[in-house]
Design a protein. Structure first.
Length: 330
């Protein structure tokens, strides 16, 4: 009898089943983003997904000379998550460039799925943010359906700063946090439902949370990274706010704004670029949360989720080395 290499335990899950489960989990947030930003949001999602799929097929077919692996759904996930990190009104050709960076530079250059050290969607987003900062920080305002001319606003796409961006600009001009929050006039309900400017993935906290609970229910992800990510971000933001309430945002506002919820449930939990063990995942999540708040408050950008996750991606080999699972039989 020939015994193959480990592991020998067979489970019902497969790569394709997991990937398409993530797609299902993203559908509520996708529906909300299309509701708030209209057809431009749907266009961005379709262009990003199609570009990622086409780029992966072309590289596998003509450069790597490997069999096509599009059926596993990983390219679709990359396209969706990249779109969720972009403004709805971003020009289509920039979306294609981001998809090429995500698939070509961050994924296929390392050999494809399972070999990439960094989250491909975040690499595509950071590439666009550094190369085209104006286009990547031009945020559309949500459609006001209560306005009699809401159909016109859906096509004109008025732009404005995100809540985090506006408050950071005000702080640089000497405006206190309390005054900025009063000027902003965003209610907790609007933060939960997503009625604010931002990327597609910054819209509805409730929609993202619903998708995250679905991933937990399906056991596609575990609780370790999301809880550690959000918990450390909340505690660190609370410490800063307690030290100087007029210079640092309240912890609740920090959690409900920006892409921290999307990052905690969908980006940081990527199986390829996150640690393998429970304690390793907790350390990874703690680092992501701390770096996010650190970059938001002391960095040049109002948002720090993407950079925080990519930095912690680089530490994953060290985390895995420090938190090795117990050997079978020991």
């Amino acid at each position: 009898m020939v015994v193959s290499g480990s592991p020998h335990i067979h489970g019902p899950e497969s790569v394709a089943k997991i990937m398409w489960g993530v797609v299902i989990a993203l559908l509520p947030a996708l529906a909300v983003s299309v509701y708030y930003f209209g057809l431009p949001a749907l266009r961005t999602v379709l262009v990003s997904t199609a570009a990622c799929v086409a780029c992966e097929w072309l590289i596998q077919r003509f450069m790597l000379k490997k069999p096509c692996s599009l059926q596993d759904g990983s390219a679709v996930i990359t396209g969706l998550l990249l779109a969720f990190n972009l403004p709805a009104t971003l020009p289509w050709w920039l979306t294609v460039l981001g998809a090429m960076a995500a698939i070509g530079l961050a994924k296929m250059a390392y050999g494809g799925l399972g070999n990439n050290p960094f989250n491909p969607a975040l690499v595509g987003r950071v590439f666009l943010l550094i190369s085209f900062p104006v286009a990547m920080t031009t945020w559309p305002q949500p459609i006001d359906y209560a306005h009699p001319d809401f159909a016109l606003s859906a096509t004109d796409a008025l732009t404005g700063p995100t809540p985090l961006g506006l408050i950071k600009e005000n702080l640089q001009q000497g405006v206190s946090v309390d005054e900025s929050l009063r000027t902003l006039g965003v209610t907790p309900l609007e933060l939960l439902t997503g009625h604010r400017a931002g990327s597609l993935g910054e819209v509805s906290v409730l929609a993202i949370l619903l998708g995250g609970l679905f991933l937990l229910w399906r056991r596609i992800i575990t609780w370790h990274i999301p809880v550690a990510f959000l918990g450390s971000a909340f505690v660190f933001a609370a410490i800063l706010h307690a030290a100087d309430p007029q210079a640092f945002l309240p912890p609740g506002f920090s959690i409900l704004t920006g892409g921290i919820m999307l990052g905690a449930f969908f980006m940081a939990t990527d199986m390829v670029t996150s640690p393998m063990t429970p304690w390793g995942k907790i350390v990874f999540g703690l680092g992501c949360g701390l770096l996010t708040i650190l970059i938001r408050n002391f960095g040049a950008y109002p948002e720090g989720v993407s950079f925080a996750i990519l930095i912690m991606n680089a530490f994953v080999p060290l985390i895995n080395r420090g938190f090795k699972p117990q050997r079978y039989g020991c």
